[in-house]
Write a protein that binds this ligand. Structure first.
Ligand code: PRP
Ligand code: MG
Length: 176
């Protein structure tokens, strides 16, 4: 597993001063152009959930980079998946939560019909930064009666202390 992790890590792009001066942008898409990195990343995510949250019944991905992983993990585990989307994109009855961005706010939504009350949910995304996105996502899952059994990301920017906003199990494959 260590070898797979190091391989994936070596393929993640680093772009200093994007999108702003002083920030190093960690580009997950840089890894996904590599066939072996795709498979290793899938294995690492799936193996983690098998070990840490085998009770998972549905994998929720966050708009938009989380969608790279929720279906992928779900098919391997033999469970369903669902999206949390930015406002106005989902049909039917939705629940909404506003969350903070660096400047201003945005709104995430989840279809009420996507999750059954009591269902055990894993939330997945590419990156944990300030934790605002994952916190809003867990609020939405709770609002529709789901139980967040784990939050899983590929990368975590540890210095931003985003995990302190979050309850329950939070796991990142790669820490910066
Ligand atoms: C990025 C990233 C995470 C989130 C992390 O998404 O993909 O979802 O920010 O930041 P946070 O922990 O401070 O909330 P972004 O909102 O840029 O949208 P995208 O996934 O559509 O690119
Ligand atoms: Mg995102």
């Amino acid at each position: 597993a260590e070898d797979k992790l190091n391989y994936v890590k070596s393929k993640i792009g680093e772009y200093p001063n994007f999108p702003k001066e002083g920030i190093i942008f960690r580009d997950i898409f840089g890894a996904l152009t590599d066939a072996k990195a795709c498979v290793y990343l899938r294995d690492l995510l799936v193996d983690h959930i098998r070990e840490s949250a085998p009770e998972a019944e549905i994998i929720v991905g966050l708009d938009s980079r989380g969608f790279l992983f929720n279906l992928l993990i779900a098919t391997e585990l033999g469970v369903g998946c669902a999206p949390i989307r930015k406002k106005g994109k989902l049909a039917g009855e939705v629940v909404s939560v506003e969350y903070k961005l660096e400047y201003g706010t945005d709104t995430f939504e989840l279809q009420r019909s996507a999750i059954q009350p009591g269902q055990k949910v894993v939330i997945v995304d590419d990156l944990l930064a300030t934790g605002g996105s994952l916190f809003a996502a867990s609020e939405l899952v709770r609002k529709v009666g789901g139980i967040v059994v784990e939050s899983l990301v590929v990368m975590e920017l540890v210095g931003l202390e985003g995990r302190q906003k979050l309850n329950g199990k939070v796991h990142s494959l790669i820490k910066y």
